[in-house]
Ligand binder design. Sequence first.
Ligand code: 5GP
Ligand code: ZN
Length: 114
Amino acid sequence: MAANLAAGCIFCKIIRGEIPSAKILETATTFAFLDIEPLSEGHALVIPKFHAEKMHQLPDEFLADAMPVAKRVAAALGAENYNVLQNNGKLAHQAVPHVHFHVIPKPSTDKGLI
Ligand code: 5GP
Ligand code: ZN
């Protein structure tokens, strides 16, 4: 499964190390790092090393690898309560056009939905 990255994409640049990030872990097909504007402490993003804007455009192998990595990220964060979210398209609140999975820890004091 060869990585397929795009020149102008901010998340592809993070994968290539051209933009700094707080890396949590990396596998052959995925990269996980802390969100720059965290909704809670430890808010992380898991991204495939394949530039696709939306989930249905992502090859199955990359999609399949993302969930075990999200699991490892939640464990690394020590999160017992957390949301895993994934947005596709502007109307669905996707801001960065490279598939990503949010892992958002929920502190015990949090009363909100997200
Ligand atoms: P979306 O709304 O597309 O599902 O979420 C995009 C997320 O990417 C946002 O939570 C935003 O804070 C995060 N983000 C955008 N640019 C950067 C960046 O340059 N570095 C990091 N670490 N996170 C980013
Ligand atoms: Zn990209």
